[in-house]
Design a protein around this ligand. Structure first.
Ligand code: C2E
Ligand code: MG
Ligand code: MG
Ligand code: MG
Length: 280
């Protein structure tokens, strides 16, 4: 829709738009069955300690093996899931799946770190989110201090009062809260003050150009300082090169995540990756 508007179309029945709308409806319909048909998968991307480069945890990232469209990335279907409320069931599945996987890796001695799960705005408007989190921890036996929930400014500020109560409860369980994609929203400072985040993830947009753009470098440094002033851990996202890793570590960033250290991987690929690391 936004795209059509951007191209300055005034007529409502543009054929192109019908295709967009019907594709959306198709995806929504298919998504309704995705859980039951076992088409959703979580991939996991390692997060490392900036100093030791040891893996301290991983982020769970959703993938959809669509029968017709093939392997789908979340940007293509999460927004549809959010608008149709399907995200509630999908989000619960993601939480349970991620906690169980993290616990399994712990038991195997492969990875003892945290697992981070992305939570969207719609989930934060359900007071039952606390129970959903609690249940995921219970059935997996994962300790709350091994679970992190990643939230974006947009998601939290949409329903500030209720979100705040839910997040207080979840933090009360011992689960850590992470400010995701930090710096891309509009009210970053009050966002940090309002919620007591345990971690701040610097958006990869700033990390990408910090070596060539002084403005981006300044934002990265200021965000790290601000995270620390709030007693939070600073994480750099989207680290793709050794040079970026070096500079952002030098700026005082605590943890790093990005293709340079490892892409999001299927369970078996990550297990292989962890085995190889253990052999080093
Ligand atoms: P995010 O939470 O900010 O996740 C990080 C994204 O950056 C992931 O994209 C990851 O693959 C990508 N990335 C990681 N390292 C690098 C790098 O070095 N370079 C570049 N260019 N990209 C990197 P992905 O997997 O496509 O996910 C996109 C977004 O979809 C996520 O952004 C998150 O907002 C959302 N998402 C993913 N899984 C879930 C989920 O289970 N639930 C919800 N609600 N949202 C999800
Ligand atoms: Mg995230
Ligand atoms: Mg992010
Ligand atoms: Mg993002």
């Amino acid at each position: 829709q936004a795209k059509s508007a951007g191209r300055n179309r005034h007529c409502f029945f543009v054929p192109e738009m019908n295709i967009e709308v019907s594709e959306r409806l198709n995806i929504e319909n298919d998504l309704r069955h995705a859980l039951a048909h076992d088409e959703l998968r979580l991939h996991y991307q390692p997060v490392v300690d900036a100093k030791s480069k040891m893996i301290v945890g991983c982020e769970a990232l959703l993938r959809w093996q669509h029968p017709k469209h093939g392997f789908m990335q979340p940007d293509r279907f999460i927004p549809i899931a959010e608008e149709s409320d399907l995200i509630i069931d999908i989000g619960q599945w993601v939480l349970e799946q991620a906690c169980q996987q993290a616990r399994k890796w712990q038991d195997l001695g492969l990875m003892t770190g945290f697992v981070a799960v992305n939570v969207s705005a719609r989930q934060l408007r359900e007071p039952a989110l606390t129970q959903t989190v609690q249940k995921a921890l219970e059935i997996s036996g994962l300790l709350p201090n091994k679970l992190e929930l990643e939230l974006t400014e947009g998601s939290v500020l949409q329903g500030t009062i209720i979100a705040r109560r839910i997040l207080d409860e979840i933090q009360g369980l011992g689960v850590r809260l992470v400010a995701d994609d930090f710096g891309t929203g509009y009210s970053s400072l009050s966002f940090l003050k309002l919620f007591r985040f345990d971690k701040v993830k610097i958006d990869r947009e700033f990390v990408r150009d910090m070596l060539s753009d002084q403005g981006d470098a300044a934002i990265v440094k200021a965000t790290i300082a601000m995270a620390h002033a709030f007693g939070a851990t600073a994480v750099g996202e989207g680290v793709e090169t050794a040079a970026q890793a070096g500079v952002i570590h030098h700026c005082g960033c605590d943890q790093l995540q990005g293709y340079f250290f490892g892409r999001p991987m299927s369970v078996s690929d990550l297990q292989e990756f962890l085995h190889l690391g253990a052999l080093e």
